[in-house]
Design a protein around this ligand. Sequence first.
Ligand SMILES: [Zn+2]
Length: 313
Amino acid sequence: MTTVNTVLGTIDSSELGYTLVHEHVLSTSAGLKEVYPEFIDREGTAASATTHLKESNSEGVSSIIDMAPFDLGRDVLLLKEVSKNSKVNIITTTGSWLVPPREFVGTNPDLIAPLYVREVVEGIEGTGIKAGVIKLATDKEGITDRFESVSRAVARAQLETGVPILTHTFSPAFVGNEQVQIFKEEGVALNRVCIGHSNDTTNVDYLKGLLDQGVWLGLDHFPGSDPDWETRTLVIKQLIDQGYGNRIMLSHDFNMRQHRGNIEERTARWERNPDGYLFIKRHVLPRLIELGVSEKSATALNEENVKRFFEGS
Ligand SMILES: [Zn+2]
């Protein structure tokens, strides 16, 4: 039995059900909601997220991980309200996205890790809402000086708290390898790590190289354009056929964000993916079954696998 922190309190890992491990309700920038709240359409975001999550829940989506840490403008009270009203479990994250505070750059990771630990153990911004996962993001440039301290701090917070790490990478440049290297140096058990955005490449050798070291892969960009979703689905099929189906998890990286400046972007986002958080359930899993994957193996990707990821098995 493993307990998982959600924004409404703890649940048992067996209660996660169908879970999307990398999504967004609201992502903005650190400080925006406090300083320029009128720029963000917080109510509109909450309303559309609640409506869409209710619909998703009626088709079987039980839990999502909202992957916005501090530097993506995390808003745990908004998540709490949306979770309560939609009946979907929402797990929030501590750790770091691509714009870690300048003060963290080059700082001893032992000064940063306790901040992340506190968000898992005590709660976030005095709300008592606890993070259930830790995020690390590094992009095209890899783990440069800018990201080294937060990377090591994420690893040390994992060792202290036991909650899993999910990452953002740029898989076409094989950035996952650099993250794995840091986690190894820090002594993190690699089965507690999910290397995310790994389906922006079709290089199966790179993916197997990561999996063979014991990490999980987040195939968490759907539908995606280059490669398209059908190609991404074929990669999943290949990995399942080669025995890696028990180490991958699927998600969309969809976003419900609304602000004054993004009306066109918002429309385009829904045009690209009218199914939102339901695209995988409606398209990817049925296609996998069409391709010959058993229903049990297809279902496991978002259910049994996520449960085992949290349990560390
Ligand atoms: Zn994301």
